[in-house]
Ligand binder design. Structure first.
Ligand SMILES: *[C@@H]1O[C@H](CO)[C@@H](O)[C@H](O)[C@H]1NC(C)=O
Length: 379
């Protein structure tokens, strides 16, 4: 970059900050500026819990009915618990929070992670957007016992400055309904590549969204029905419900630091389309285990490679360990073969029957198992 344009950059940043009234944060992996909402509005900018003024919460802009919620606050007979620190925000009808980020690499892919909890019984949704891309994430199922789940969503930066927006599109009679939000974080995703050893991209799941330290419930990778950009590079969540991205700090992970828990039975599947040579013989291999989260019993993973399939049972004591390697040999029928994994049925945790759980899958590989036959002569 020429010295001239480089020296312009800080000036532009200052100008943008001045016009928008919001300080611009550079993009580094981890929580956004005040991403855990620990810095709150001045007392004069609060009416009870209601936030008054669009820039009352440091580093954020808000619109609509936004509340600033201290942990331990009572709502009806429910005590609101905040997952990180002692404050969160609540987005009422049509309310949104946004933060402007600068210094993105154009075309780079970013993943947003945030924690959310429902406060009323009805199904709630959040519309997350950045750089003109958006997705509506359903929060119809609660996966963790304390009511909080973390969600991930990814997009490609269209410009070096963009706003990250979380919007509650809901309209309910009770304005105090609407999800609580905490711990908003970002991570730059690297593009995983297939290697000549493994045709599967990101088969070890090491590349994925930021996992907020201290959250014991992993990160949900929502179904991609409404979103082509997966926060788990290489992989798609094809079915109705989310899969859970877990890390070795909080769970048992068969290999490396990250893996995927298939926690919604046949309703949550992960898939990847790999390039294959028709007629050639391959082996799909993968590791099945449990996350050490009290998911006991016989957990069964179903794996598909094109039309071939296998079922692999893992007798789980719910304490991790004893992960097993399985292999599915297959002959490719086409130039592309779809590899799919899902759990055969729902399970719940022995310590908390309301929490869904399932087998963990890790370390997925597809290799060609036969030396290439000489190509047939053409014409
Ligand atoms: C979600 O938000 C984006 C950006 O504000 C908007 O363009 C889109 O229409 C919204 N989608 C829905 C379903 O509300």
């Amino acid at each position: 970059m020429a010295a001239g344009s480089a020296s312009l950059l800080p000036l532009m940043v200052v100008l943008c900050a001045a016009t928008s009234g919001t300080a611009l944060a550079a993009i580094t992996d981890g929580l956004l500026a005040n991403g855990n909402f620990e810095r709150g509005p001045a007392p004069s900018q609060l009416r009870g819990t209601r936030v008054v003024g669009a820039s009352a919460i440091p580093s954020w802009r808000t619109s609509g009915f936004v509340e600033y919620i201290p942990s331990g606050r009572k709502q009806g007979d429910m005590v609101l618990v905040v997952p990180e620190g002692s404050h969160a925000v609540r987005l009422g009808n049509e309310a949104s929070i946004r933060q402007r980020l600068a210094g993105a690499a154009r075309g780079a892919r970013y993943a947003l992670t945030f924690s959310a909890a429902r406060t009323c019984a009805q199904a709630e949704r959040l519309n997350v957007s950045a750089s003109g891309q958006w997705a509506v994430l359903p929060m119809q199922t609660m996966y963790s016992s304390n009511g909080w789940d973390s969600y991930a969503w990814a997009w490609d930066a269209a410009a070096d400055v963009f706003d990250v927006v979380i919007h509650n599109p809901g309209v309910t009679e009770d304005p105090a309904c609407g999800p609580l939000i905490d711990s908003v974080a970002i991570r730059t995703l690297n593009t995983p590549r297939r290697t000549n050893k493994n045709l599967v991209k990101n088969g070890d799941f090491e590349e994925g969204p930021y996992i907020i330290p201290g959250t014991k419930w992993g990160v949900l990778i929502p179904s991609m029905v409404v979103d082509e950009h997966s926060p788990l590079p290489g992989w798609m969540v094809e079915s109705l419900k989310a899969v859970k991205y877990i890390d070795s700090d909080h769970f048992a992970v068969p290999r490396g630091r990250r893996a995927v828990e298939l926690l919604a039975g046949r309703e949550s599947a992960i898939a990847q389309v790999i390039r294959t040579v028709p007629g050639r013989q391959y082996a799909l291999s993968f590791t099945v285990g449990d996350a050490s989260n009290g998911c006991e019993g016989s957990l069964v993973v179903e794996a598909y490679a094109g039309r071939e399939s296998t079922r692999v049972a893992h007798e789980s004591a719910g304490r991790g360990g004893a992960a097993k390697r399985a292999v599915l040999p297959f002959r490719a029928a086409a130039a592309r073969t779809r590899v799919v994994f899902f759990s055969s049925f729902y399970s719940t945790r022995s310590d908390d029957m309301s929490s869904l759980c399932g087998p963990v899958i890790d370390d997925v590989a597809v290799v060609s198992v036969r030396a290439r036959r000489p190509a047939a002569k053409r014409g």
